[in-house]
Design a protein around this ligand. Structure first.
Ligand code: NAD
Length: 248
């Protein structure tokens, strides 16, 4: 079966590392990105240099119309999707719940929970044997925050990843008999631009000495777990999680 992967939010960080690794593993690749055309073009060039057929598609992965158009482009230009990485995610400035606005909470849940559900829906309409597909795999990028709760920092973000984990467990069971596996990864502190969104770009550097392994993780280390869960080597894994937290 030809391998066609859609990675949301893939113009940088863990998504970009996953795209580079997917290129080395023979996937045709859709690099979804939200806004940064130049960053997406750079990653597109990098995966093509590795010999992969690839497209970059600008779309807000939490808006269904845009998700529909994204998967239609994939159908036409790469073939039916066989692998989905729900990687796009966001976080707000560190604060206590009393200081979080309704706007912030709804935005966060839309991006981190509704978006992955919509992308999984449109991937399943192509992958699931129930819909005439040939099977496939989905990996949801969660966080260690889902089990730690992130008090006084971002309980909203932690709760969104908890919801994503519950979705992973439920959907895995829902489609297990239809040739589709659904798993999650839970990264800890990873060196990416993500932390600037929470107001502290140096967060990983500041905290890594206190981690059991004494260092933060690299996006490539998360990508390895994602690509393994998508691969046939993980053929009996569904509804499960790999934690990449350096022992945290
Ligand atoms: P990142 O900020 O580099 O990447 C996230 C990407 O998602 C960005 O390119 C952003 O533009 C994109 N994105 C956000 N909303 C989007 C939308 N609606 N549609 C399309 N794209 C959108 O950060 P990262 O560290 O690579 O994060 C990737 C995932 O890993 C996220 O889900 C994040 O929650 C999770 N994570 C990261 C860490 C960490 O320490 N970096 C830890 C745990 C979990």
């Amino acid at each position: 079966m030809d391998k066609v992967i859609v990675i949301t939010g893939a113009s940088r960080g863990i998504g970009a590392a996953s795209a580079r690794l997917a290129a080395e593993q023979g996937y045709r690749i859709c690099i979804n990105y939200h806004a940064d055309d130049q960053a997406a073009e750079r990653i597109l060039a990098e995966v093509r240099e590795r010999g992969a057929e690839a497209i970059a598609v600008r779309a807000d992965a939490s808006v269904e119309d845009e998700v529909i158009q994204l998967f239609q482009r994939v159908d036409h230009e790469l073939g039916p999707v066989t692998a989905l990485v729900n990687n796009a995610g966001t976080i707000g400035p560190q604060s206590r719940l009393e200081d979080m606005s309704e706007f912030r909470l709804l935005n966060l849940m839309r991006t981190n929970v509704v978006g992955p559900m919509l992308c999984a829906k449109h991937a399943l309409l192509r992958m699931s044997r129930r819909h005439g597909g040939q099977g496939g795999a989905i990996v949801n990028v969660s966080s260690l925050a889902a089990r730690l709760g992130s008090p006084a920092e971002y309980v909203d973000y932690a709760a969104s990843k908890g919801a994503l984990d519950t979705f992973t467990i439920g959907l895995a069971k829902e489609v297990a008999g239809e040739g589709v596996r659904v798993n999650g990864v839970r990264p800890g502190y990873i060196h990416t631009g993500f932390h600037a969104l929470s107001g502290d770009a140096e967060r990983v550097h500041k905290l890594e000495a206190g981690l059991p392994m004494g260092r933060g993780g690299q996006p490539e280390e998360v990508a390895e777990a994602i690509l393994w869960l998508l691969s046939d080597k993980a053929s009996y894994s569904t509804g499960s999680f790999i934690e990449l937290g350096g022992g945290r």
